[in-house]
Design a protein around this ligand. Sequence first.
Ligand SMILES: Nc1ncnc2c1ncn2[C@@H]1O[C@H](COP(=O)(O)OP(=O)(O)OP(=O)(O)O)[C@@H](O)[C@H]1O
Length: 251
Amino acid sequence: MIKFQNVEKIWPNGKHVLRNINLEINAGEFVAIIGLSGAGKTTLLKTINKVNSISSGNIDITMNSGKKYEISKLKGKNLRELRTQIGLMSQEYNNIEKQTVFKNVLSSKVAQINIFRAIIGYFLKNEKLKALEALSKLNLLEYAYVRAGNLSGGQQQRVALARTINQNPEIIIADEPVSALDPILANQVMEDFKKINKELKMTIIINIHHVDLALKYCDRIIGLKDGSIVYDGKPQNISKEVLKIIYGGNY
Ligand SMILES: Nc1ncnc2c1ncn2[C@@H]1O[C@H](COP(=O)(O)OP(=O)(O)OP(=O)(O)O)[C@@H](O)[C@H]1O
């Protein structure tokens, strides 16, 4: 569970971007954060892995094992340990384009293996099997030996998702993962997120500008406006009025 209590974020330039955030996200939820550009979505998402530190309040993460992390106090080894359990995805695919899809997925383990093995690129049989399993889950096996750079944008984003699940994280945070894709590919990638969420029981939190996709695939919607949560509930309860509150009168 991820629990935000009275979280505030003020950037050093004085910009107040998160205001009194109180939120509990349970293990296994698929959550979309929506809101206008500048509402604070990315800032909020990246407080979870402490890429952004908060100005006040608390964020506590309790893993399925029962281990608890108090984010504001985390540093060094403990912060690295938490980050291995949180997969981070973004709009850029961040694949190594010259390498095969398989190598890309295998490489996602580098942070978790012995440094000498990482340098020479030596992977154990079970690590290779796991990488193939991740590719199979996303129906990408036939591309295993294709260079990542030769794939379409949608396929590359799905390789990025395969890389992320190969780390075996409990939580995936994804910052606008479909905004560079056309509507068909964006739907496919959202299908994959949903599949990973349901089958692998990973908690997924995404920032997304496509309200239709958020409503179609996610179990819970959080609407942010000027750094405050103005909606937190089921997609079914999002009405035109709610969208007006989140996006303003012109929606
Ligand atoms: N490092 C920073 N220093 C100062 N201000 C920042 C920094 N990063 C973001 N901001 C500001 O914080 C506000 C919220 O930005 P954020 O990226 O969280 O919004 P967003 O809702 O994700 O927007 P978008 O949908 O465009 O990605 C913006 O006004 C932005 O300019």
